[in-house]
Design a protein around this ligand. Structure first.
Ligand SMILES: [Zn+2]
Length: 124
C-alpha cells in the first residue's frame, strides 16, 4: 500500500485503450477508463473464448481472400496504382517492401515506354 488516502485521485491506465484515468480510490479498483472500453474488452474476451481470434485478424483473412480472387484488368490498374500511391503516402506500406515495389514500378514504366514506341512506329 502507498500513502494514498481514500478519496484522493490515483492515476490508473485503462486495460483496453491504455489511456490514463483518475480513480477516486472508492470501491473496487477499475480496469477500464470507460463503459465502452469495458464493453470492448468483454467482446474481445468472448470472441477469444468462442475460438475466434481478435477482430483485426478476421479482417486480415477477408482481405487475403479478396486479394487472391480479384486481379485488376484494363483500366482497373489505374485505380489500383492510385491506391498504392495513397497507401505509400499514408505509411501503410512497410519500408522493407518499397524496393520490390520500386523495381516492379520501373518495369511497368519500361513496358509503357515500349508500348508507346510500338504505337508510334506506324506514324509519320
Ligand atoms: Zn479506455
Amino acid at each position: 500500500m502507498t500513502g494514498h488516502q481514500a478519496g484522493e485521485a490515483t492515476p490508473l491506465n485503462c486495460g483496453w485503450c491504455g489511456e490514463e484515468f483518475a480513480w477516486g480510490r472508492v470501491g473496487r479498483r477499475p480496469k477500464w477508463c470507460s463503459e465502452s472500453c469495458r464493453h470492448r474488452a468483454w467482446e474481445q474476451r468472448r470472441a477469444a473464448e468462442s475460438g475466434r481470434s481478435a477482430v483485426e485478424v478476421v479482417e486480415r483473412v477477408v482481405v487475403r481472400e479478396v486479394r487472391a480472387e480479384v486481379m485488376p484488368r484494363g483500366r482497373e490498374w489505374a485505380t489500383v496504382l492510385r491506391e498504392l500511391a495513397l497507401q505509400i503516402d499514408r505509411g501503410r506500406v512497410y519500408d522493407r517492401d518499397l524496393d520490390a515495389i520500386t523495381e516492379s514500378f520501373a518495369e511497368v514504366m519500361r513496358s509503357l515506354n515500349r508500348r508507346d514506341a510500338w504505337l508510334r512506329r506506324g506514324q509519320s
